[in-house]
Design a protein. Structure first.
Length: 76
């Protein structure tokens, strides 16, 4: 099975990998992983299908969602 196209990714708190992968036309999947295990998944939109990469406001939104999720976890 081919790997899904990564539209954007970052690391939070040196432990969590946040990735947005293409899930279809104008659709993505935001995944937060820790130690190789997905701990949060959420559907997201991709404006203009992110042909040339995501928009800055999309990145800010994804980062805010992921940071909020990570901040609510307690030493897991």
């Amino acid at each position: 099975m081919p790997e899904k196209e990564i539209v954007w990714q970052c690391m939070i708190k040196d432990q969590y990998i946040v990735r947005v992968t293409r899930a279809g036309l104008f659709r993505g999947l935001l995944t937060v992983s820790k130690a190789g295990r997905a701990v949060h998944r959420q559907q997201t939109g991709l404006r203009y299908d992110a042909i040339f990469g995501p928009w800055e406001d999309e990145i800010a939104q994804w980062r805010a969602v992921a940071t909020s999720f990570v901040d609510t976890r307690r030493n897991e």
